[in-house]
Design a protein around this ligand. Structure first.
Ligand code: COA
Length: 356
């Protein structure tokens, strides 16, 4: 049996064997070729939160693993952070803004309900001629957007696609709700998706996603949409803020993130031990640890930066990619597993060979 895109011999035929053979036969591969971030400098520490709600630094650290979050100054919007991340990619790669063909912005905190934040980013970075759109699936947004981008690249219609995960969570958080306000921070991360000439150059191998709308009520922002249009009443009831049942979300996440990863790995005859770098969504350190334990990925291969950023929703994965690069723990050809979970409920996983 030949090794597949994952470069690991598989025990027997499965659905992904067909996928891999199809991909290889067409030599239509896509890879991540650059990453950039936009992080506001201002910090909100656990000690700062002690002054806002009845909590302690020790409680937050023990129950979530978070020490601090980056937060925007008043007036800074998602498109500002997203454009900063995009500009870093342009600077690294030498691409001109006009080389960018498509911008996909994953966010639940668009600057405005309309126009799409992708349009605002396009204008800010000067990507004349590009098209784009926003994708809204909360914490799974970046991963789902990556898969969309990959389709455009492997079908040969696009060569330079910017995928941006950005959220200004402070704009939708109730800073009197101690269960929720301790978790979230602001930030943006972007990845450039380009064609790849070979497996060695890096490539996406497979994705697996799943949504379960029965979990919708447990993590939601009930006001301001078509169900509860904004009114004095919705504001009085604080429906314009994130509402969550932390325990239910925790239980879903602690089980689901690992489960979807196992299913994806099994499609390739792999286990967590085969993974070089595991980059999980950063929602709660205990959720990450539950996934790591189930997957049995060695601890030194797991990227964790929740202590620094908190949960930045759609931005956690690209921010964690940048952390891995900064720490010298991610190199070209590494077998990387990404995992997401979040509101919806939604979950996702991606297997790739790192591309730069
Ligand atoms: N500081 C101090 N005490 C707090 C607190 C805080 N910030 N938040 C909650 N508590 C209290 C609760 O009121 C409760 O007190 P009680 O026993 O007197 O009722 C106690 O701590 C335990 O609460 P519990 O909800 O069991 O805590 P937890 O260990 O489940 O942690 C979360 C709460 C929110 C941190 C945790 O449930 C979580 O992370 N859930 C997932 C949230 C998430 O990831 N959301 C985004 C998904 S992408």
């Amino acid at each position: 049996m030949q090794p597949g895109l994952a470069g690991v011999r598989r025990a027997g035929p499965d659905r992904s064997t067909e996928t891999e053979e199809r991909l290889l036969s067409k030599v239509a591969l896509a890879r991540i070729s650059a990453v950039g971030t936009g992080v506001p400098p201002k910090l909100l520490t656990n000690k700062d939160l002690e002054k806002l709600v009845d909590t302690t630094d020790e409680w937050i650290l023990e129950r979530t693993g978070i020490r601090q979050r980056h937060v925007v100054e008043k007036g800074v919007a998602s498109s500002d952070l997203a454009a900063e991340a995009a500009r870093k990619i342009l600077a690294q790669t030498g691409l001109k803004p006009t080389d960018i063909e498509l911008i996909i912005v994953a966010t639940i905190t668009p600057d405005m309900q309309l126009p799409a934040t992708a349009c605002l980013v396009q204008h800010k970075i000067g990507a004349t001629g590009a098209w784009g759109f926003d994708l809204s699936i909360a914490c799974s947004g970046f991963l789902y957007a990556l898969q969309v981008a990959v389709q455009f690249v492997v079908n040969g219609t696009h060569k330079n696609v910017l995928v941006i995960g950005v959220d200004v969570m402070t704009s939708i958080i109730d800073y009197t709700d101690r269960q929720t306000c301790i978790i979230f921070g602001d930030g943006a991360g972007a990845a450039l998706v380009q064609p790849s000439a070979s497996v060695e150059e890096g490539c996406f191998i497979d994705f697996l996603h799943e949504v379960d709308g029965s979990g919708g009520d447990f993590l939601c922002l009930p006001g301001g949409g078509s169900k509860n249009p904004t009114s004095h009443e919705t504001v009085d009831k604080k429906l314009h803020y994130v509402h969550q049942d932390g325990k239910v979300v925790f239980k879903f996440a602690a089980v689901k993130m690992a489960e979807i990863c196992v299913r994806l790995l099994e499609r390739h005859g792999l286990t967590g031990k085969d993974i070089d770098v595991f980059i999980p969504h950063q929602a709660n350190l205990r959720i990450i640890n539950a996934a790591v334990e189930r997957l049995q990925v060695p601890a030194d291969r797991v990227i964790i930066n929740i202590d620094t950023y908190g949960n930045t929703t759609a931005a956690t994965l690209p921010l964690a990619m940048q952390t891995a690069l900064d720490q010298g723990r991610l190199k070209k050809g590494d077998l990387v597993l990404l995992a997401s979970m979040g509101a919806g409920f939604s979950a996702g996983a991606c297997l790739m060979r790192w591309g730069f």
